[in-house]
Design a protein around this ligand. Sequence first.
Ligand code: TXD
Length: 324
Amino acid sequence: MASSPNSPFPCHEHRVSIIGGGKVGSTLAQRVAEKNLADVVLLDVVEGMPQGIALDLLEARGVERHDSQIIGTNDYADTAGSDVVVITAGIPRKPGMSRDELLKINAKIVFEAAKKAIAHSPDALLIVVTNPLDVVTYLAWQASNLSPRRVMGMAGILDSARFQTFIAMELGVSTADVQALVLGGHGDLMVPLPRYSTVGGIPITELMDAATIERLIERTRNGGAEIVELMRTGGAYYAPASSACLMVEAILHNQSRQVPVAAYLQGEYGLEDIFIGVPCRVGCRGVEQVLELNLTDAERSALQKSAESVRQSVQQATALLGNN
Ligand code: TXD
């Protein structure tokens, strides 16, 4: 990334722009900066808010001992030259608001955010976090005109991390020894895969009975709602920000991480022209490979059911956007 002597970013190699400075966006800004991964631009529509958060985070720099620059802005011009753009902008569902209304509003917000951000950073990779995840990731890709491998949705890492946590809690083992895998859309129809979820290499199907596994799967499916119910005034943001940060790091450090992300499918799993959660290798070029697992009939049909619901919502959102 080129930088002029007057640039607010004189030296850092990478720039990450986060669109939406709410709970997830601001926590992600903190994670990216404190891990010294990149300079951060935090953009929101609310005037003063991203500037205030950026200043607050900057004032912690000396204590946290990192060198990342952080600026808050309401102007997309400040995001120019980003290596990665992460979209977390959106509104939560308000009392009395239908799912359709929410879909329409967030679809429009994400579509415009992707268009404006990529216009200023045509070489960036795009990560979408806003809900409904798989649907708005598709719209962001369309708005951005990027090659589909450069666009990804974050959900599978979070859903898998929740499943991993519940498995570790149930067995009383270290989370570090648990690997879990959840595919499919980010919603009620997500597809946790116990056969591919292991503790120290042993599939959980050999460590727990079917009823226990089903209970943990249900809790995973309900993971976001469980937190909303407890907090009452908002949703989860620490684990979502950590999960998005993992993707940012995989890209900036070209780590080739093998993780589930919402990726564009072109025939894999019998699915085409859709973004949905599947295992991928993620590196500096984005989704470098989609891994096709040998799913059982039940697993494959669960993935197809999830894909069908995503596809319907994409059509609905496209129609709603078109009618605007
Ligand atoms: O697994 C996942 N993908 C998710 C998704 C996990 C957690 C949260 N998930 C979704 O992320 C959630 O359902 C929301 O759609 C987004 C962001 O969640 P967050 O908790 O950060 O929401 P906030 O705190 O309401 O922040 C949203 C911000 C807020 O500051 C708005 O002012 C801003 O978005 N916003 C905008 N910014 C820029 N441009 C526009 N148009 C805009 N509209 C709102």
